[in-house]
Design a protein around this ligand. Sequence first.
Ligand SMILES: [Zn+2]
Length: 279
Amino acid sequence: MAKIYLDPGHGGTDSGAQGNGLQEKNVTLAIALKTRDFLYRDYEGHSVRLSRTGDQTRSLNYRTNDANSWGANYFVSIHINAGGGVGYEDYIYNGSISSQTITYRDRVHAEIMKQVDFNNRGKKRANFHVLRESRMPAILTENGFIDNAGDAAKLKSDDYLNRIALGHANGIASALGLRRKTGGGGGNTYIVKEGDTLWSIAQAHNITVSELKSLNNLTNDIIYPGQVLIVTGAVYHTVQSGETLWGIAQLYGTTVDAIKNFNGLTGDTIQPGQRLRVK
Ligand SMILES: [Zn+2]
């Protein structure tokens, strides 16, 4: 069981950097919570602990002591930069480190850069407390500059925070070799259980019996427990208030373009209550 320690920077009486109407502590918490959610949604075989799940004040010692005593396998500290730059960078300790620290960092860096369009300021090293005092591989990410209007606009978008968090989750999963979940929202096969009928399986997957039979080249209605059936059919989603095409694509493991193609959408505008084919 891989143990992942997420450390949203600052909190409580320590707001961190501020700019453009944002406080660092709130943005880091949002990214950390989303990262946790993506890790549990998409992967299995791990547990996640956070240094805070709300607006608590946490000393640097608390954070590293907590991760050390829990026996975390990876320490990921999430921050927002300030001071006049633009873009994303990350840090590992500038003293003695394991080769694993570098490998993990490379994977996290690559996955985050796949999701975001931040200016890439590169992979850096520094003598930060959380990197030095943690007894496991550790990384500190700086996700844009709060005092840069362009970066701050991205950090105000919930969609963009999802992208940042998905990059963190995929990077951590790649570093630790987590298994991606099968089944659930993105699954396309079903194992027949005792008592199932073609009709009950078709109902459960929002397809017709004849679609189910043609997907599986079945010439009669006989199925048996343990049989693996292809159940990929059209999947529909009803748009909820506040959802975006990107968010819905993430939910079903597909792309914005694929959803737009299925539904003949020319723009990105969707309405609550709209029924979209997503697969
Ligand atoms: Zn910070």
